[in-house]
Design a protein around this ligand. Structure first.
Ligand code: FAD
Length: 277
């Protein structure tokens, strides 16, 4: 199928991009890497009046360290970050990025695009929630910052409104003595996860948490400090909020997410305590 007709604009500044979205009166769509939007347009699941291509917003083409945060602008491709030297400061990103589709998709798909798209089975929204990242949103009334916990409202629903651009994401850098784990189960490598988890553990005070994804309408984080494996598994199982489908029953997903949460928390703990992850 072909996309329904739309106007195409390629503004040169973030202010102009927001102005174009305002002009579209809620009927515009931002185009970043196009890896999700283009198929959606082709299937006519979305029929925007205007596609606002942000590729020329060079002000958003940056990866930089800002104190204890790694800040990633909206133009940064997933593959660019994967190989970026500064990304080593956020080990969970390095663990999660290779799980996104295939290398060719990551060469076009952006970090912010994945977060703005908010597929419940996507990796980067889970990383953002697990680390407590914050999201910088530019809109007609200026800029605002939203925590990852507030940002995801449901499947493909976020704090980014129809007249907004997600300008950047801020990930906290790892502190000494922090360890991380990440894994998912998919039918084939490159497919979206049937169930997945991101984990973190801090050696000095034993703080532990996991974020489950692919099992609910958004990533869900649980603080599991001081809990044993059976309690972690029970908590993980309770998060499964999807009916079964042809790829796996609800019970199968419960077993997957429980096993992954226990295993990846152990991995995070080993990494935090200086062992091999
Ligand atoms: C075969 C295939 C397999 C895939 N597998 C995975 C996978 O395993 N895991 C995964 O996470 N993803 C997967 N994806 C999707 C991933 O490749 C996309 O990169 C990602 O979901 C969207 O990023 P994008 O930059 O391509 O955004 P686009 O496709 O350009 O946009 C996606 C949506 O987000 C909005 N948007 C994008 N950027 C912004 C912004 N800065 N501000 C406001 N709104 C914005 C767009 O308007 C649109 O609604 C897959 C895609 C394909 C085609």
């Amino acid at each position: 199928m072909k996309a329904a007709p739309f106007a195409y604009v390629r503004p040169a500044t973030l202010d102009d991009a927001v102005a174009e979205l305002v002009r579209s009166a809620g009927e515009g769509k931002v185009l970043a890497g196009g890896q999700s939007l283009v198929p959606i347009l082709a299937m006519r699941l979305a029929r925007p009046s205007t596609v606002v291509d942000i590729a020329a917003l060079s002000e958003l083409d940056f990866v930089r360290r800002d104190g204890d945060e790694l800040v990633i602008g909206a133009l940064v491709r997933q593959r660019t970050l994967e190989g970026h030297p500064l990304a080593a400061a956020v080990p969970l990103l390095r663990l999660a990025l290779p799980w996104i589709g295939h290398r060719e998709l990551r060469s076009r798909g952006t970090v912010c695009g994945s977060i703005a798209h908010a597929d419940p089975a996507a990796e980067l929204p889970a990383v953002a929630c697990c680390l407590g990242a914050s999201l910088e949103i530019a809109g007609p009334h200026g800029r605002r910052t939203v925590t990852a916990a507030e940002f995801f409202h449901g499947a493909m629903a976020t704090s980014v409104g129809a007249e907004d651009v997600l300008a950047a994401v801020r990930f906290p850098v790892a502190r000494p003595g922090e360890g991380f784990g990440f894994a998912e189960i998919a039918r084939r490598h490159g497919d979206f996860a049937l169930a997945g988890v991101a984990t973190r553990f801090r050696a000095d005070d034993g703080e532990a948490a996991f974020t489950a994804f692919g099992v609910s309408d958004r990533p869900v984080t649980r603080d599991v400090t001081g809990l044993g494996d059976d309690e972690v598994a029970d908590l993980a199982r309770d998060l499964v909020d999807t009916a079964g489908d042809t790829h796996g029953s609800r019970e199968y997903r419960q077993r997957l997410v429980a096993a992954l949460a226990v295993r990846e928390l152990a991995r995070a703990r080993r990494a935090a305590e200086g062992g091999t992850a």
